[in-house]
Design a protein around this ligand. Structure first.
Ligand code: AHR
Length: 504
């Protein structure tokens, strides 16, 4: 007899709206994300700009709302002017962050054209590593000013009459990290971020600005970094960033599957710190979180080894992790964590989008395919609609080495009051035991119907997709799902992610 878990859904208990920006992603000039990823002029499906239509089609199917660009660590050494104007005149540059050569065939204009084609909102990062206020202003003038000044007219001379009016801007990347080019102390970064934000708002007061928070919750400066940076910049910015990557370490699958416990604590700690600064500074507004890098990333694998010495390759195969079914379950559970904090997490970016720790893989000039992680992301992006509901959850627990006792069930629900659609996203993070889940729906009204129950799981949780076989393991209808007398029941296999849809 499987152990049972219970949830109660009540439309009165709303966390906040489902935000399209929660389903963001990230395109960095790193490895093959840009070159031979989204951009591959020789590919049979490439358009006049060199963008692969087969990749754009999958990006749309993935349901991505925003894309952060152009880095990442890359941005801290980037001269954005290298990537504008006639392609044949653009300089090739050393990319110190990834020990590569950037041919600069893709720059801001190409990226913005790609965003328009893929129906993506851009999220632009400025270089606060090797550069500062002036270069950020120049880029902003190029992208957002109508015309009549040097950089705005330069954009027009490159064929883009209308300003792009980019709203979201990241003030640097991971400036707390010693690996970052131009790494700074919290005090140094805070001053620079404040002055950059101030000046950028003089050009365009409607910008939404993100200051760098910590690169992970395990940074020695975590907490104090946020406190120092926010104390200085509070009135000048809107969001503080958070970054987190998870991996199975030393065969400890149980802890890995519970990674969302860490993400929950991370978010709640940053919220507490931001609200502390708000209280001390007597500020009115709240600072929310842009969780603009999150994913599973096996940083110790050879795929993350960076070239050394005289070898500065163009678009090397870097960070090309292959994801298995358990990785996909974790990605699904991290999305549950982000949604459950939708009151304070206003934006998030799955890092990254194509080839580099990505849900979409390509071969140069060849095939495109979906990794396992594609499925929970696309289904959540598609079916999370309306408002996020708090779920009253009771579940058996099991012990993990990293997080102690954790509930085997993790779940979140959304409800669209206009269409009557209700979606439940649930993970069984037990490695051995199925869960009999019962969901009390009485408060949602009596006319609910079960539309679909899909579960992603496999007897071999180490199965991963390849170009030759990306479809043997797909989300499958869960035949155990029943709806009777206002109670939904469904069996969740061990190491599984599920999406159950109801209609009122
Ligand atoms: O996403 C890969 C890298 O991870 C990014 O460039 C950096 O910001 C982070 O450390």
């Amino acid at each position: 007899m499987p152990a049972s878990a219970h949830l109660t859904l009540d439309p009165a208990f709303v966390v906040g709206p489902v935000r399209r920006r929660t389903f963001g992603s990230f395109v960095e000039h790193l490895g093959r994300c840009v070159y031979t990823g989204i951009h591959d002029p020789g590919h049979p499906t490439a358009d006049a700009d060199g963008f692969r239509q087969d990749v754009i089609d999958l990006v749309k199917e993935l349901g991505v709302g925003t894309v952060r660009y152009p880095g990442g660590n890359f941005v801290s050494g980037y001269r954005w002017e290298d990537g504008i104007g006639p392609v044949e005149q653009r300089p090739r540059r050393l990319d110190l962050a990834w020990h590569s050569t950037d041919p600069n065939t893709v720059g801001v204009d190409e990226f913005m054209r790609w965003c328009a084609k893929a129906d993506i909102e851009p999220m632009m990062a400025v270089n606060l590593g090797t550069r500062g206020v002036q270069e950020a202003l120049d880029l902003l003038e190029y992208t957002n000013v109508v015309g009549g000044t040097h950089f705005a007219d330069l954009r027009r001379s490159h064929g883009q009459e209308e300003p792009y009016r980019i709203r979201m801007w990241c003030l640097g990347n991971e400036m707390d990290g010693p690996w970052q080019i131009g790494h700074k102390t919290a005090e140094e970064y805070a001053r620079l971020a404040k002055e950059t934000a101030n000046a950028m708002r003089m050009v365009d007061p409607d910008l939404e600005l993100v200051v760098c928070g910590s690169s992970s919750s395990s940074m020695p400066t975590f907490g104090s970094w946020e406190a120092t940076v926010l104390a200085e910049t509070y009135e000048n910015i809107d969001y503080v960033s958070a970054h987190a990557y998870y991996q199975e370490k030393d065969g400890d699958l149980a802890s890995f599957l519970a990674s969302a416990v860490d993400m929950d604590r991370f978010i709640e700690s940053v919220v507490a710190t931001a609200d502390h600064v708000r209280a001390v500074g007597r500020h009115e507004k709240r600072i929310n979180i842009s969780f603009d890098e999150w994913n599973v990333w096996y940083q110790d694998r050879v795929a993350s080894d960076i070239a050394k010495g005289d070898d500065w390759p163009v678009a090397p195969r870097l960070l090309e992790d292959r994801y298995n079914v358990a990785d996909a379950v974790v990605v699904g559970s991290l999305l549950i964590s982000l949604l459950r904090h939708t009151d304070r997490v206003h934006s998030a970016s799955l890092a990254q989008l194509v080839n580099v720790i990505a849900p979409i893989m390509t071969e140069p000039g060849g095939r495109v395919w979906k990794q396992t992680t594609f499925h929970p992301f696309s289904l959540t992006a598609k079916h999370a609609q309306g408002e996020v509901l708090q779920v009253a959850l009771s579940s058996p627990t099991h012990s993990t080495a990293r997080f102690g006792e954790v509930t085997s069930l993790d779940a979140v629900a959304t409800r669209d009051a206009e269409t009557g659609a209700v979606s439940l996203f649930a993970v069984n993070r037990s490695t051995t035991e199925p869960l009999e889940l019962q969901v009390s729906l009485a408060a949602l009204g009596g006319n609910l119907e079960l539309v679909e129950a899909l579960t992603y799981a496999n007897d071999d949780h180490t199965w991963s997709a390849t170009a030759d076989d990306s479809e043997s393991v797909l989300p499958e209808p869960n035949g155990s799902a029943r709806l009777a007398d206002g109670v939904l029941s469904v069996t969740l296999p061990p190491i599984s992610w599920s999406c159950v849809r109801l209609q009122g």
